[in-house]
Ligand binder design. Sequence first.
Ligand code: CA
Length: 362
Amino acid sequence: MQRRQFIQHGGIAGILAAGSAPAFAQNAPVKWRLASSYPKTLDTLIGAVERASRTVAELTNNRFQIQVFGPGEIVPALQVLDAVQNGTVEAGHSASYFYIGKDPAFGFGTAVPFGMNTRQQNAWLYLGGGIELLNEFYKKYGVLSFPVGNTGAQMGGWFRKEIKTVADLKGLKMRIGGLGGMVLSKLGVIPQQIGGGDLYAALEKGVIDSAEWVAPYDDERLGLQKIAKYYYYPGWWEGSATLNLWVNQKPWNALPKEFQQVLTFAAAEANQWMTAKYDFGNPQALKRLVATGTQLRAFSRPIMEASYKAANEMYDEFNAKSPDFRKIHDNYMKFRDEQILWSRVCEEGFDNFMAYASQLKK
Ligand code: CA
């Protein structure tokens, strides 16, 4: 019997009575919960995953719904990976480098010191085999990962005192995530891992002397400029930073192929949106910060070079210890070096001239 006739004759009760309940249940919306590491006030970081969730709902006529929860609503900010892994939630949104305590290879999913810029990173992820390589690693944790945003190059953070020499770093308590913190610890910094929501209070109470977060647009919202005057650049530990959408393998495998494709598309669209949103918001935020007393400072060449040397020493140590780290590291760094070879020829020459030209009288 045709389905339409069947419904006309028996209605819902008829379908259920005739044992067609499974077909009916298939049409019930798929509802997922997503735990994010980022507070709702940061409308670009968590905004990208909220955007992906809206895209998914719109493209499926609400047949696939992903509800986004902020830190502390289901799990604390830095336990998102665990929550996805153990199935507390179907999906998570975080930065993989928060989890380097489990394995330093988690650094590559978001950012590693002196790594790739945004464009290079996306070329590696989407076409250079990066996504596949990372997912091979994440499989051990039962999760699948999608890039869902990139912040662009980040600032080096807020300092109460000027940092002029490598010696000035000694004993400095700094909020800094990921492998950048490990590199700085080789130069005497005491790195602290603190979620965005708790950062202002930690800096205000003097629990930390300095803090890096993202870039002007977000940093201004956290209010860090009210406590520390010196704003350094560049954040060499995050020449770009990819945010991760993690999905537990089991609910992923249970999704219809169409929903899998929609989610993959929505994450990729949000990945591009985030970079555009930061590039849109950062210039005005920077102007406001400088107008209200923020002092911009560049890390000195000796600090940059000492950090670069320390980063390479750290990579040698991890490569010797972790086959997972080595595998991703070798692939990633080879790709980075090839990208730099190309960008030096063209893009960099253009960018440098335009930076110079913008200072000339028009
Ligand atoms: Ca950062």
